[in-house]
Design a protein around this ligand. Structure first.
Ligand code: CP
Ligand code: NVA
Length: 331
């Protein structure tokens, strides 16, 4: 499979075969890493990592993966460059692609990363925008494959804000790969109708399905995967916390939800998560709203069914696969 030169922006333009190829390549690279096999197929190349929002997993994954592949890395932090302030995205793209073989971008509107890709002659990888988080999808699918042994036919339930980056991207990847995707949330957090229609078309071909429901009991019944994300995303104003809590608290992933799912169900979360607000993390929200837990209870997060740290580890292996494939290291 030749993906050399391709951007990685939404997954919409990747075929199911291409997505599965990247997941399998990541599994191979993971195996090699575990065995201590060192290959540096991209030695002498360099990548730029632009982060207009903060990150732990994505940044570390790109950096470690680039080093493992033999590449140099330049990290541009949320404040330390001219991007979008003193210099347009088009000019930035044309500068960076004279020095780097690939560019990662994390930031706000999807149009920014699309613009970067349009003006850049090297692959551009979306490290998260308001609308999409495609590299996370590969890690999530690899984790499901490892834990459940299959992707097709898996009953996947997403609870929370289903119209933002995680909800959108999970619906796309599930539809493409033949999982049964359910967004179980309040109506106002249902995904965009046009995207749903597009995903339904892909699901028809893959044998998957897309369901939107407000009914927690019916929506989570016999689920294989329960997935959630923070209720307020990076860059959203603090003022939305009150309305989010009111609307989304009924869709918290807790023991009752897990008990209603399949007995072998797994719990997933892209992280970072608000599961123990009594600690320093989230204390402000705890004091303001009197809640100890948010989108997932600590009991579920810390349970045997939770695979969140395997998922986090897989970010690195899958991001490595994306860079390796689009820079032509493996075919
Ligand atoms: N899941 C994820 O993208 O984490 P970071 O924000 O830490 O990169
Ligand atoms: N929806 C979250 C995802 C974090 C990985 C955010 O955008 O902040």
């Amino acid at each position: 499979m030749d993906l050399k030169g391709r951007d990685f922006l939404t997954l919409k333009d990747y075929t199911p075969e291409e997505i599965l190829y990247l997941i399998d390549l990541a599994a191979e690279l993971k195996d090699k890493k575990k065995k201590g096999i060192v290959e540096q197929p991209l030695i002498g190349k360099n990548v730029a990592l632009i982060f207009e929002k903060t990150s732990t997993r994505t940044r570390c994954s790109f950096e470690v993966a680039a080093h493992d592949l033999g590449m140099g890395v330049t990290y541009l932090d949320p404040t330390g460059s001219q991007i979008g302030k003193k210099e347009s995205i088009a000019d930035t793209a044309r500068v960076l692609c004279t020095m780097f073989e690939g560019i990662e971008y994390r930031g706000f509107g999807q149009e920014i990363v699309e613009d970067l890709a349009k003006y850049s002659s090297v692959p551009v990888w979306n490290g998260l925008t308001n609308e999409y988080h495609p590299t996370q999808m590969l890690a999530d699918m690899l984790t499901i494959k490892e834990k459940l042994g299959r992707l097709k036919g898996v009953k996947f339930v997403y609870m929370g804000d289903a119209r933002y980056n995680m909800g959108n991207s999970l619906m796309i990847v599930c539809a493409k790969l033949g999982l049964h995707y359910t967004a179980c949330t309040a109506k106002e957090y249902f995904p965009d109708k046009e995207l749903v229609a597009q995903c339904e078309e892909w699901a028809k071909i893959s044998g998957g399905s897309v369901t939107l429901t407000e009914d927690v009991k019916a929506g989570t019944k016999d689920a294989d995967v329960l997935y959630t994300d923070v209720w307020v995303s990076m860059g959203e104003p603090d003022e939305v916390w009150a309305e989010r809590i009111k609307a989304l608290l009924p869709y918290q992933v807790n023991k009752a939800v897990m008990d209603n799912a399949s007995k072998d169900a797994i719990f997933m979360h892209c992280l970072p998560a608000f599961h123990d607000l009594k600690t320093k993390i989230g204390k402000e929200i705890h004091d303001k709203f009197g809640l100890d837990e948010m989108e997932v209870t600590d009991e579920v997060f810390e349970s045997e069914q939770s695979v969140v740290f395997d998922e986090a580890e897989n970010r690195m292996h899958t991001i490595k696969a994306v860079m390796a494939a689009t820079l032509g290291a493996y075919k």
